[in-house]
Design a protein around this ligand. Structure first.
Ligand SMILES: O=C(O)CCC(=O)C(=O)O
Ligand SMILES: [Fe+2]
Length: 209
């Protein structure tokens, strides 16, 4: 049911599958309201080529370990998973038989909020990371372009309650973005579940002197 109507984007050198009906309408509505009203949405600043800007969206970051996550000169420290966010994480994990450690949440307030071209290839994620990206609220267009072959591009609309699974060599070979739009539109929330292995862990039986 949740994984029905799976649409494989058939990317060369990549592996992206879109599940338009991952959540039903009631579930999607419930999670959107919960996330909108209960997450501590923050305005981050990012530094690109030495200049500092307000990020064009609000974010929140969650993890089941204390590992920070760094990108674009910004380091995020995780809050713990609870309530409906934990329930949704469990539901996705059960469906895909995977365990995620972390979730980066994005709130796009209107059409002037966006997410520029990037790959999620930070070293914390390891090679060939699996990212499950769940969308709520206003449908927005999501673009992919191949890093080297300019003729390879594609886009799709991410709808309320859908899940986009990016895996294999996708982050190595492709960039993605969520562009701005001039249309008068409502809010959209996106959750990207990721696996960030615990590093520098001191084994519990080690003796520190
Ligand atoms: O909002 C989206 O759909 C994508 C978010 C994204 O690419 C990211 O957070 O890395
Ligand atoms: Fe991304």
């Amino acid at each position: 049911m949740r994984l029905s109507k799976a649409h494989n984007l058939n990317l060369r050198d990549g592996d992206v599958i879109y599940y338009p009906n991952f959540l039903n309408k009631n579930e999607a509505e419930k999670y959107f309201k919960y996330l909108r009203n209960n997450l501590e949405w923050q305005q981050d600043k990012i530094t690109v080529f030495g200049k500092t800007y307000d990020q064009p969206r609000l974010t929140a970051f969650f993890g089941n370990n204390s590992n920070p996550y760094s990108y674009s000169g910004l380091t995020m420290h995780p809050k713990s998973f609870e309530n409906d966010l934990l329930q949704l994480k469990n539901l996705i994990e059960k469906e895909f038989k995977l365990e995620f450690t972390s979730c980066l949440a994005n709130l796009y307030r209107d059409g002037s909020d966006s997410n520029g071209w990037h790959a999620d290839n930070e070293k914390e994620l390891g090679i060939n990371p699996i990212i499950a990206s769940v969308s709520f609220g206003e449908p927005r267009v999501f673009h992919f372009k191949h890093k080297r072959d300019k003729t390879h591009r594609t886009k799709l609309v991410l709808t309320h309650g859908s899940l986009l699974l990016m895996q294999g060599s996708t982050q190595e070979n492709w960039l993605h973005q969520l562009p701005k739009t001039k249309k008068q539109i409502g809010e959209r929330i996106n959750l990207t579940f990721r696996i960030i292995p615990q590093k520098n862990r001191v084994p519990s039986n080690s003796v520190l002197s």
